[in-house]
Design a protein around this ligand. Structure first.
Ligand code: AMP
Length: 364
């Protein structure tokens, strides 16, 4: 592995675990409700590491057998919390908030608790250049990238490092408009000169959003489509409810901050593209960050009117949009023939690995 946490050490910890009493644990946020519910459905004990004052959903939905209450989410990396997790034979399932609060460096260098999936791939989704390399090497269709604002010759989306979730993104159609909007952002104090050089400029894809949730089984070398969602984003989705005349009259720069998700299904004729792009990403991940994807991943796409599925972002762990199918999705039902959330699918994989004595394939 890349960081200071070594796979051999994790396997040594795992060797001493009581395999009859594994606990599935995660941080209480993001997608933890269905990760824990799904683990219970598969017969595991469950634990939630919960920030003080945020216990209510876990208690009311009754998804956790054990609570580790911490002052702040980031305390999940504290040695005493890690020890409590190891004492309960915990396998930790990472999600977006886990990575954000624990911190990538800590996950790589300090978190000596067995985790589901490929720990190393988390950095590849977090850094835009690495994420892009995974897609480019896999020959996945992505938005055209501009090297310089001077080249802007059609509508583009401008993104900044650390602005994930869409705050501070803007649309421009010419170099002049780019400069004007940059100046306005600087005036508002949203941007510093040093950030401007790091602006990521890509083709604006005018299309419909589908975030496709896949599961790659490293045990069976198989890619499953588990579900799809679209994003409900502030302020853009409120903005488009305004009559066009009012939109023109008010001076509002929309942002793209995800506030929720809608379940979605895609035209059946697009499914060959959906499977092909998932397979391609799995193959490039195998080459670039062995052993590659391992468990849930998500490809955020826009489908244009040529019916091309264009991927603008990926998650290499369970994505927030999986909350749209805490019971089941049309696609997970097709694959499994019974209700299956992403959380439950993770536990199915862990159970299978325990039965086959192959935990080392899916734990890092
Ligand atoms: P992201 O932070 O990359 O997930 O993007 C936030 C939102 O910005 C997306 O859900 C889309 O609505 C929009 N978006 C991102 N990239 C593009 C693009 N290349 N073209 C059009 N819209 C985009």
């Amino acid at each position: 592995m890349m960081g200071e946490v070594k796979k051999e050490d994790i396997l040594e910890i795992l060797k001493n675990y009581d395999k009859e009493n594994i606990t599935i644990a995660t941080l209480g946020s993001h997608t933890s409700l269905h990760i824990l519910r799904g683990a219970k459905d598969e017969g595991f004990r469950t634990a939630v590491v919960c920030e003080k004052g945020r216990e209510v959903p876990y208690q009311r939905f009754d998804v956790a057998d054990e609570y580790i209450i911490v002052d702040q989410f980031k305390d999940i990396v504290n040695e005493d919390v890690q020890q409590q997790l190891r004492d309960m034979n915990a396998i930790v399932v990472p999600h977006g908030s886990f990575v954000a609060y624990a911190g990538l460096d800590n996950v790589e260098d300090k978190f000596n608790v067995p985790m589901f999936g490929n720990r190393d791939i988390l950095r590849w989704e977090a850094e835009r250049d690495k994420e892009r390399q995974l897609l480019v090497d896999g020959e996945v269709r992505i938005p055209f990238k501009y090297d310089s604002p001077a080249d802007i010759d059609r509508p583009v989306m401008v993104k900044f490092p650390g602005a994930r979730g869409g705050r501070g993104y803007f649309v421009a159609s010419s170099p002049e408009e780019f400069d004007k909007k940059i100046d306005a952002m600087k005036e508002r104090g949203w941007l510093e000169d040093k950030d401007v050089a790091n602006a990521h400029i890509e083709e604006y894809v005018s299309g419909c959003n589908y975030c496709i949730h896949y599961f790659y089984s490293a045990l069976d070398d198989k890619v499953e489509v588990m579900g799809m969602d679209t994003r409900y984003e502030s302020s853009i989705d409120g903005y488009v409810r305004m009559p066009a005349k009012d939109q023109l009259d008010i001076d509002l720069s929309p942002s793209y901050v995800v506030t929720g998700n809608h379940p979605a299904v895609i035209r059946e004729s697009l499914l060959p593209q959906v499977f092909e792009m998932g397979d391609k990403l799995v193959e490039s991940a195998k080459k670039l960050v062995a052993p590659g994807m391992n468990g849930p991943f998500c490809m955020q796409t826009l489908v244009n009117d040529n019916l091309e599925v264009i991927c603008f972002e990926i998650s290499a762990r369970t994505d927030g949009g999986t909350n749209t199918f805490m019971d089941s999705s049309p696609y997970s039902y097709l694959t499994h023939g019974k209700p299956m959330s992403m959380g439950r699918r993770i536990s199915v994989e862990i159970k299978k690995a325990l039965e086959r004595d192959e935990l080392e394939k899916i734990i890092t």
